[in-house]
Design a protein around this ligand. Structure first.
Ligand code: CUA
Length: 329
């Protein structure tokens, strides 16, 4: 399960081939610019010390020292030419490295790739696993499961404003443009939970637009996918059954879908297997009963500006609703 210490979010700890290329480029740029900085500072220090000495000598020799010294001028011009040449060479090397990294991370291009459509919303992520057979498609939110060692193509888009999809351990940033779909290829080479976040300011709750990528073995992934394809669990207890009725009779059903019931709205995240997710509110809170209660009653006090209105449900109805939501594993 997700705990703060087991979740990774670092571009310098690559878990896949593209992130590895990006981190190589990062280190090349880091060491190149560090070397340039050290050399420039060394020359600056040398120039300051020399300037102070020359000025004091000039003072003694009444200002004639620097005039007409062509040998010194020629040496100076040579130095400037060498520095310009070195600058052009360094920039050229960085340009070539940057372009070749960009090309390398562009595509993994395998036909066996898992294909996932990721849609940005203010402020959450809709995740849909594509399949030739429509009934096998799976919709979830804010959590992406991928098998390790296999390329995954993410088709990213947005329905409202520009967002940016970023899982630093797996890839660089990619903008989600309304009305336009872009493909990103990712691959995880080791299992883990990698945190991602929106990397383009997209409104009030931009900072509360996180998600998690769980990379697991192919067996685990297939098990997860098979479970997600199932319709929601039918409640067995009286309390849970009452909770389902509360859900279907209240405003909940106007925005959310729970497959296996008549709730089929698509305005908010699909809740068919909401209890199997680690967080609510796109990584805002852990998915516990208490947090869920607070969210259902007044999510505006937790994540102001989100599209879920405060809810009048209280007392026994609320407890029943929470009990029902907890069965949606
Ligand atoms: Cu979505 Cu920032």
């Amino acid at each position: 399960m997700m705990t703060a210490s087991s979740v990774l979010q670092s571009a310098l700890d690559p878990a896949g081939p593209q992130a590895a290329r990006i981190s190589h480029l990062w280190w090349l740029m880091f060491w190149a610019t560090t070397a340039v900085f050290i050399v420039v500072m060394a020359f600056l220090g040398w120039a300051i010390v020399r300037g102070v000495r020359l000025r004091s000598r000039e003072h003694e020799e009444s200002g004639t020292l620097l005039k007409g010294n062509t040998t010194r001028e020629r040496a100076l011009m040579r130095g400037v030419a060498v520095a310009v040449g070195a600058t052009i060479a360094i920039l050229f090397v960085l340009l070539v490295a940057s372009v070749s990294t960009g090309r390398a991370v562009g595509s993994l291009g395998a036909s066996s790739a898992v294909s996932i459509v990721v849609t940005g919303h203010q402020w959450w992520w809709q995740v849909e696993y594509e399949d030739q057979i429509p009934s096998q498609r799976v919709k979830t939110a804010n959590e992406i499961h991928i098998p390790i060692g296999r390329p995954v193509v993410l088709k990213v888009t947005s329905t409202d404003v520009i967002h940016s999809f970023w899982v630093p351990n797996l890839h660089g940033k990619r903008d989600l443009i309304p009305g336009y779909t872009t493909a990103i290829w990712i691959q995880a080479d080791r299992p883990g939970v990698y945190r991602g976040q929106c990397a383009e300011f997209c409104g009030y709750q931009h900072a509360h637009m996180a998600f998690y990528v769980t990379a697991e073995t192919d067996d685990e992934f297939q098990r997860w996918l098979a479970a997600e394809r199932q319709p929601s669990a039918t409640p067995t207890g009286d309390l849970e059954r009452h909770g389902r009725d509360v859900f279907l009779a209240s405003t909940c059903a106007q925005c959310h879908a729970i497959r296996g019931t008549i709730a089929g709205a698509t305005l908010g995240p699909e809740l068919t297997h909401v209890a199997s997710r680690g967080t609510i509110g796109a990584g805002t809170l852990p998915n516990s009963r208490g947090h869920l209660a607070g969210w259902v009653v007044d999510s505006q006090s937790i994540k102001p500006g989100n599209r879920m209105p405060p809810n009048g449900i209280g007392g026994d109805d609320l407890q029943a609703l929470l009990a029902y939501l907890e069965t949606l594993k």
